[in-house]
Unconditional design. Structure first.
Length: 313
C-alpha cells in the first residue's frame, strides 16, 4: 500500500471513529419511585426506545419518592456529564430547581408524566411529555355515571395531594358529578392512598367497617382500585356488586377487569410516553425543533374494549 493511500485510509478511519464517538449519547433518568407499576412501564418504554437507537444509553436512578433525593440525583447526573435528562418528578414543586440546574449546565431536560410546576415558563432546551389529565378523570367518571344511571353514592381514592395528576383527576370527578346528568351521585368520603394498593386496601377496609352505603369506588389509578377490590373480597363482598373505576389500564388493572372486578379504567400509554421522552431528549441534544408540550391521548377502557389494550402496556 502506498503511503498517501495509507494516510488517507487512516484519516478516514479516524473520522469514522470520531463520528461514532460523537453519536454516543447518555441520557440521565430520575424516576420518582421504582416500585410504581405505571412508572415501571414508563421506564421500560424509555429503555425500549434507547435499545433501538444506536449509540444511546440510559443511566436510571430511583428517587424513592423523595424530592430532595431527586434534586440531588439531577445535580449528580449533570456533574457526571450526561447529554440530556429525563425526570418523572416526585412532585411539581421540586421541578423549578431542577430546570434551573439543567439550564445553567446547558443540558436539555424533559419531564415525563408528571407536569413540572414551571410548565408554562419552561426555558429553551426543555419539554414535557405526558397526557392531558382533564381527559382521564373526566372519561372515568362519565362512564361511572352512565353505569349508575346518574344516581348513587361513591367513595374516592386519591393519589398524593401534592401531585398534579392526583389533583386534576380528583377535580375531574367533582366536575363531572356537578353536571345535571350526574348530580344524583354524591361523594360519601375521599381519602388519600398515595397511588398504593396496600394503602388503598386499608382505607377501603376502614370504610367498610362503617355503615355507609355506597355504589361505586372511583380511584385515581388502577393500583388503588385493585386495593379496594381486595378489601371488598376480604370481607366477602362481591366486587361486582359495586362499580369500581381506575386509571392507567395497567396489566394488573386489565386482569382485574377480565375477572369481572374492575368496571372502568382509562388507558394512559406509558410505553409511548417513555419512548416519546427519549425522542424529545435526543431531539433537544441535537438542536432539532421539539414541541414544548407533547401529548399522548388517554383512551377509555371497558370490558367491551379491554382486549384491544391487553398488550399495549
Amino acid at each position: 500500500m502506498n503511503k498517501p493511500f495509507a494516510r488517507a485510509a487512516l484519516a478516514a478511519g479516524l473520522l469514522a471513529l470520531t463520528a461514532q464517538t460523537a453519536m454516543a449519547e447518555t441520557i440521565g433518568v430520575s424516576m420518582a419511585r421504582a416500585d410504581s407499576v405505571f412508572l415501571t412501564i414508563l421506564r421500560q418504554g424509555m429503555e425500549g426506545r434507547a435499545a433501538e437507537t444506536e449509540g444511546v444509553t440510559l443511566q436510571v436512578e430511583d428517587a424513592q419518592n423523595d424530592p430532595q433525593r431527586q434534586l440531588d440525583q439531577v445535580r449528580n447526573l449533570i456533574a457526571a456529564g450526561v447529554d440530556a435528562l429525563i425526570v418523572a418528578a416526585v412532585d411539581g414543586d421540586g421541578t423549578p430547581a431542577m430546570t434551573r440546574a439543567a439550564e445553567e449546565a446547558g443540558i436539555p431536560i424533559v419531564y415525563a408524566v408528571h407536569p413540572p410546576a414551571d410548565l408554562d415558563t419552561l426555558p429553551e432546551g426543555s419539554a414535557f411529555v405526558g397526557s392531558d389529565e382533564k381527559q382521564s378523570g373526566t372519561m372515568q367518571t362519565e362512564e361511572v355515571c352512565r353505569l349508575l344511571g346518574g344516581n348513587g353514592a361513591a367513595y374516592v381514592l386519591m393519589g398524593p395531594l401534592n401531585n398534579h395528576a392526583s389533583m386534576v383527576r380528583t377535580q375531574d370527578i367533582e366536575d363531572v358529578l356537578a353536571t345535571p346528568a350526574c348530580s344524583g351521585i354524591r361523594i360519601v368520603d375521599r381519602q388519600v392512598a398515595n397511588w398504593d394498593r396496600i394503602e388503598a386496601q386499608n382505607v377501603m377496609t376502614n370504610w367498610l367497617s362503617s355503615s355507609a352505603e355506597f355504589d361505586a369506588v372511583i380511584a385515581n389509578n388502577d393500583e388503588m382500585a385493585i386495593g379496594a377490590i381486595q378489601a371488598l373480597k376480604a370481607v366477602g363482598r362481591d366486587a361486582g356488586s359495586v362499580v369500581i373505576a381506575g386509571i392507567d389500564a395497567t396489566p394488573d388493572g386489565l386482569a382485574a377487569m377480565k375477572a369481572g372486578d374492575l368496571d372502568v379504567t382509562v388507558f394512559q400509554n406509558a410505553t409511548a410516553q417513555g419512548a416519546a421522552s427519549v425522542d424529545a431528549a435526543l431531539g433537544l441534544t441535537r438542536g432539532e425543533a421539539v414541541d414544548r408540550r407533547i401529548w399522548v391521548p388517554f383512551e377509555l377502557v371497558t370490558p367491551k374494549t379491554m382486549q384491544d389494550y391487553a398488550k399495549s402496556n
